[in-house]
Design a protein around this ligand. Structure first.
Ligand SMILES: Nc1ncnc2c1ncn2[C@@H]1O[C@H](COP(=O)(O)OP(=O)(O)OP(=O)(O)O)[C@@H](O)[C@H]1O
Ligand SMILES: Cc1ncsc1CCO
Ligand SMILES: [Mg+2]
Length: 278
């Protein structure tokens, strides 16, 4: 893998990230989330803290109207059940018809046949971004030699880079693998994001929350899907770093991370966003 030489040259990424955050704050994109029961609270609060507007809407009767109104859609299969699949697919199709970006979080894919099958069916509906942990991304492409045990990763993001590229090319989408260094690829280019703290893995659904932020950031810059995905990961990671300065464990980190996301200012974004083209 290429070196992380550009991590020190943060200026242009910092300024693009700050502009993107200002755009989210100014335009408050409405992000429809069809997500798991565990993540609903942290996802909605993370979207609000970043300046977006969350709505957890999943009844099939509401999809046609609501997805048309939304700026972006986030679909997460964490607590999958057969009746929700209809809503997920209908919303994905509606988002495509309305040219709204939709992103997929393949939580726990590979753990059971049902989950894997439904996840592949959703990928066939063309999400513009798929964000998962390393085990999940490897399971999607069937490349896993250490199958997904549950919702947490057993692999590092760098283990999953080749799988991520393969998936990005096959599904013609952007794939993000979260981890110590988040990797974002469209199958050709690879961006690395080195913001974040390891303790974020000890708070449930931080990955789910950042996937929803990706939806918000892509919606305000739809022609820069790869870059917007990296920026959302960097800002969430930076909020984790700032929050960790005040936290004493996972529960207080959750609170301080959300506060830090709300308080992000130009100086910290300009100086501390760490994105590099690898
Ligand atoms: N070792 C690490 N160091 C720094 N940041 C990390 C590390 N591991 C994960 N993160 C960050 O934590 C967040 C969640 O990533 P993670 O890979 O844990 O997602 P996930 O497994 O899908 O989580 P969940 O399913 O609980 O939502 C991301 O913003 C990621 O960048
Ligand atoms: C713990 C858990 N179980 C299903 S979804 C979820 C949230 C983290 O992915
Ligand atoms: Mg996850």
């Amino acid at each position: 893998m290429a070196s992380f030489r550009e991590f020190s040259r943060t200026e242009s990424w910092g300024s693009e990230a700050w502009k993107a955050l200002c755009k989210v704050r100014e335009t408050t994109p409405l992000v429809q989330c069809i997500t798991n029961f565990v993540s609903m609270d942290i996802m909605a609060n993370s979207l609000l803290a970043a300046g977006a507007s969350p709505a957890m809407v999943h009844a099939i009767e509401e999809i046609l109207e609501f997805t048309s109104l939304s700026s972006a859609l986030c679909i997460n299969i964490g607590t999958l059940s057969p009746d929700w699949i209809f809503s997920m697919k209908a919303a994905a199709i509606r988002a495509n018809e309305c040219q709204k970006p939709w992103v997929l979080d393949p939580v726990g894919v590979g753990a059971t046949r049902f989950r894997t099958e439904k996840c592949i069916e959703l990928i066939n509906l063309k999400p513009c971004v798929i964000r998962g942990n390393a085990s999940e991304i490897m399971a999607v492409v069937g490349a896993s030699i250490a199958p997904t045990k549950g919702v947490d990763s057993t692999r590092s993001s760098t283990d999953a880079l080749e799988a991520a590229k393969e998936l990005a090319r096959a599904a013609q989408t952007v794939v993000a693998v979260s981890g110590a260094v988040d990797l974002v690829t469209d199958g050709k280019r690879v961006l690395g994001v080195s913001n974040g703290v390891a303790l974020m893995q000890r708070i449930t659904a931080t990955g789910c929350a950042v996937t929803a932020l990706i939806a918000a950031f892509v919606s305000v810059n739809p022609n820069r899907v790869l870059e917007s995905t990296a920026i959302a990961l960097a800002l969430f990671g930076l909020a984790g770093e700032l929050g960790a300065e005040k936290a004493s464990g996972p529960a207080s980190l959750r609170m301080h991370l959300i506060d830090a996301l709300h308080m992000l200012d130009e100086a910290s974004v300009m100086n501390r966003v760490r994105i590099a083209q690898l």
